[in-house]
Ligand binder design. Structure first.
Ligand SMILES: NC(=O)c1ccc[n+]([C@@H]2O[C@H](COP(=O)([O-])OP(=O)(O)OC[C@H]3O[C@@H](n4cnc5c(N)ncnc54)[C@H](OP(=O)(O)O)[C@@H]3O)[C@@H](O)[C@H]2O)c1
Length: 319
């Protein structure tokens, strides 16, 4: 089968289209013919080989050589212990940890997958898993979003933000999105009530306060975020600068104790809310924003586009 393979850490130039052996599912796995896969920030970290990703995937060179976690495809073979799926089922899910999505075939356990609604395209399905789970778990599980709130999303024009705005609108909240100037028009069209260009304005210093902040960049100090929260406000980070995340982890509990403001961190629960996403999609309440689709041999180009930060929504590859 064809796959995008890397054997050393580096820029997207180290990604190569190669012929490799088709994977064989174990008794607890299914074999999936991949039709679409999307790029996540984690793929880029594993490609570049920052320290944390090297600790996971090999200090000197990558152990797992095919990246790609968010896939959608059709089941072509089934291990004998698999109960939930049948041959031909159209499925999608987040395979992070095992990876292998930038390929014509990959394997997965049944608890890593959900059935894809027939009205959802493979490209839309591949856009959903990681970004939508982070949005739901950030807004709902950690953020306790409710009607009438003022919400701010920092890093709002990418994967998580474009799901988060659609989900938050279901709760009747007023949403402000922060991103670079090239994305603000798209963000307005998606339903953001207010947009802020972070190169022109610092939302932590504009005198406004927010009941809930969802942050995908975490590039400011915890005291800045605390200042931007209203009384009883909640700041939720899904990721960003490691130093800032450590600050949130250490100082967050103290801030919650001494003030009426809360600092929380999302630990991704992979695939937990895919059934809820199916419901929202089938009810016409959620539409993934797709940048692309690119072809499998264009994965290096797609990674460059993603790495430059100019993408809107999710960068998707059709296999
Ligand atoms: N918590 C967990 O368990 C877990 C698991 C997996 C991933 N993650 C995290 O989830 C996040 C993924 O988010 P995503 O998929 O939405 O990423 P994304 O698609 O790259 O979107 C990030 C957006 O932030 C914008 N941005 C860049 N610098 C900014 C700044 N200074 N201020 C405001 N916005 C800025 C980018 O646009 P421009 O570049 O054009 O400015 C981009 O539109 C990452 O932080 C990742 O580490 C967390």
């Amino acid at each position: 089968m064809k796959a995008i393979v890397y054997t050393k850490y580096g820029t997207p130039d180290v990604l190569e289209l190669k012929e490799v052996d088709k994977p064989i599912p174990t008794d607890n796995e299914v074999l999936i013919k991949v039709y679409a896969v999307s790029i996540n920030d984690w793929d880029l970290g594993l490609l570049q080989g920052d320290l944390i990703n090297r600790l996971m995937n090999g200090l000197l060179k990558p152990k797992i050589k095919i990246l790609g976690s968010d896939i959608a495809g059709r089941i072509e073979a089934i291990g004998k212990n698999v109960k939930k799926f049948q041959l031909g089922d159209e499925v999608y899910g987040d395979l992070s940890g095992r990876w292998g999505g930038f390929a014509e075939y990959t394997c997965a356990r049944e608890n890593e997958l959900a059935l894809k609604p027939v009205t959802m395209s493979f490209e839309e399905a591949a856009a959903i898993p990681q970004a939508a789970m982070l949005a739901i778990q950030g807004l709902h599980d950690k953020g306790q979003i409710h009607t009438g709130q003022k919400l701010l999303i920092n890093g709002a024009g990418g994967g998580v933000g474009t799901f988060a705005v659609q989900i938050s609108k279901l709760y009747g909240v007023e949403v402000t999105g922060v991103d670079s100037s090239g994305k603000l028009e798209m963000m307005r069209s998606m339903g953001f009530d207010h947009v802020i260009d972070y190169t022109q304005e610092d939302f932590t210093k504009n005198g406004q306060c927010y009941d809930l902040i969802l942050d995908v960049k975490t590039n400011r100090s915890i005291s800045d975020y605390t200042r931007a929260l209203c009384t009883n406000g909640i700041y939720v980070t899904v990721g960003g600068s490691m130093v800032r995340l450590l600050q949130a982890l250490i100082l967050g509990p103290w801030i919650s104790m001494i003030s009426k403001k809360n600092i929380r961190i999302v630990g991704l629960k992979q695939n937990k809310d895919l059934a809820y996403m199916n419901e929202l999609f089938e009810a016409g309440k959620i539409k993934p924003v797709i940048d692309g689709p690119y072809k499998l041999d264009e994965v290096p180009k797609a990674f460059r586009h993603f790495g430059e930060g100019v993408h809107k929504g999710k960068v998707v590859i059709t296999v």
